[in-house]
Ligand binder design. Structure first.
Ligand SMILES: [Zn+2]
Length: 479
């Protein structure tokens, strides 16, 4: 097999879904060959990448006063079933434990579909007074949903491995509103660091999360023109607290219901990053998140093998204190190594040959542009730092262009219909349900949500009824 062939993938522009599956396998993110549909094995490289991503989220959460906890992964039916509206959104997708060993179980246990019920059951003991509020906690745990639609690695799975769910508890509704705004800000910072472009929309009333007052979704667009929901921030008001009897004593000694919110993200964040930035050579990873930032590849010529290897080793040692760096001194041809590390999306590759050892410089190839630059040994670290900043800027601009090419701002229903098969389409909306439904029916897809008050006072007209438009609504095919 030729070196190129081993890392060949279906071109992204030809068939995105095959490209995605091939790249995540060849880059050693996931192994799909597990005998349970919709569940996948995370490989060391993929796991490390996901950990780096989760570290960004954890940092943002800690900075804003959220603390990590762990709640058990199973919930008794009587606890889960207490919230009928909530269960209604999930009932067909719950994994049930119905036996313990050889004995049939008295009361079925659900494998964590999400943790509201699990937590509220305990939290009513933690929260008794206004002094216990606000309370902000999160956990990173697997959740289980029996997806009936076709499963896809990271995108539609039955075991979400990296489910980061935050749950917060507040004295007043206003505090919960502020918290949800904070959650949206956290998401924005998070996806900015991943260099993933997005919109933030409020979901229409007919599509609000079961049991919620309202929720925001953060949404991106994939290379195939389909929208991908990346996270939600949900305000439950006191609706859940009423069901679970979650009350606190206020300053006047009166009993009040707690106001709650929740927000979650998953490995879909990585799927978006891979899909938006990757190319036909494989992944492109922002340097800050890359499990390996620099790979050193010795290119020995006859008679200079020892010198080249020594030089490579000393470079490896020198750079290890500042960067995540690997020396690839396997007994393989350099060309093969180039393809392998490109597939894995390592931002910088240092090539070391005879000339480099003699003249004390290195040749650095950038993964984002393929460009090669020469760097003097004396300023190697500083120049690499600068290079990483430049790679990040370039990737950011690429992502912006990518996004702008895939959205369309429609001014009529005809335009919505024309573009919705390819792009994520916005349109001016008055906010009335019947106008929203009309666009959904005409386009054949559901609204993603709307940017509240975006067109207020702008003079724009609703594309259905011609009344003054209030919001910018978004519609697309979606995952
Ligand atoms: Zn209207």
């Amino acid at each position: 097999m030729s070196e190129r062939k081993a890392f060949e993938v279906t071109p992204k522009e030809v068939e995105f879904s095959r490209w995605f599956d091939e790249v995540i396998f060849k880059a050693e993110i996931l192994d799909e060959r597990y005998p349970v549909k919709g569940m996948y094995v995370w490989l060391p490289y993929g796991y490390q990448l996901m950990e780096n991503i989760m570290n960004v989220m954890e940092r943002l959460l800690r900075e804003t006063g959220h603390r990590r906890v762990y709640f058990p992964g199973v919930v008794p039916e009587s606890v889960l079933g207490r919230e009928f509206r909530f269960i209604k959104g999930f009932e067909d997708s719950i994994f049930w434990i119905t036996a313990l060993g050889r004995k049939k179980i008295q009361e079925r246990l659900a494998l964590r579909p999400t943790s509201e019920a699990i937590m509220y059951e305990v939290l009513k003991r933690w929260i008794t007074s206004y002094k216990d509020l606000p309370l902000r906690i999160y956990q990173i745990v697997p959740v289980y949903r029996y997806e009936t639609k076709a499963t896809r690695p990271m995108l539609r799975v039955r075991e979400i491995v990296f489910f980061k769910e935050g749950h917060t508890f507040h004295a007043t509704y206003e505090d919960a509103v502020k918290q949800v705004d904070l959650e949206v800000e956290i998401y924005k910072k998070f996806y900015d660091e991943l260099l993933v472009p997005y919109i933030v929309v409020k979901t229409p009333p007919w599509d609000t999360f079961p049991g919620a007052k309202y929720n925001y979704d953060i949404v991106t667009i994939m290379p195939d023109g389909k929208a991908l929901e990346l996270g939600s921030a949900i305000n439950f008001g006191d609706l859940f607290a009423k069901t679970y009897d979650l009350v606190y004593m206020d300053q006047n000694g009166e009993k009040r219901y707690v106001n709650t919110t929740s927000f979650g993200i998953s490995e879909r964040s990585l799927a978006a990053m891979i899909s938006i930035h990757g190319d036909n050579r494989g992944l492109k990873i922002p340097p800050k998140l890359a499990p390996i930032q620099v790979v050193i590849v010795p290119i020995p010529t006859k008679g200079y093998e020892d010198k080249v290897n020594e030089f490579s080793k000393s470079l490896h040692e020198r750079l290890s204190s500042r960067f995540r760096v690997v020396l690839d001194d396997e007994d393989e041809r350099p060309g093969f190594k180039f393809y392998r590390w490109e597939m894995k999306g390592v931002p910088a590759r240092i090539e070391v040959g005879r000339e480099e050892t003699e003249k004390q410089f290195v040749t650095v190839a950038r993964r984002d542009t393929g460009e090669r630059v020469k760097i003097n040994l004396s300023e190697l670290e500083e120049e690499l730092e600068k290079l990483f900043e430049d790679i990040e800027d370039t990737m950011k601009k690429q992502a912006e262009n990518y996004f702008n090419e895939r959205v369309y701002h429609a001014e009529s229903i005809e335009e919505v219909k024309e573009h919705v098969t390819q792009k994520m389409v916005s349109f001016p909306w008055c906010g009335l349900d019947e106008c929203g439904h009309e666009v959904e029916e005409e386009a054949g897809y559901g609204l993603l949500g709307y940017e509240e008050g975006y067109y207020e006072g702008s003079g724009k007209k609703c594309i259905v009824c011609g009344r003054e438009a209030k919001h910018r609504a978004w519609i697309a095919r979606s995952y």
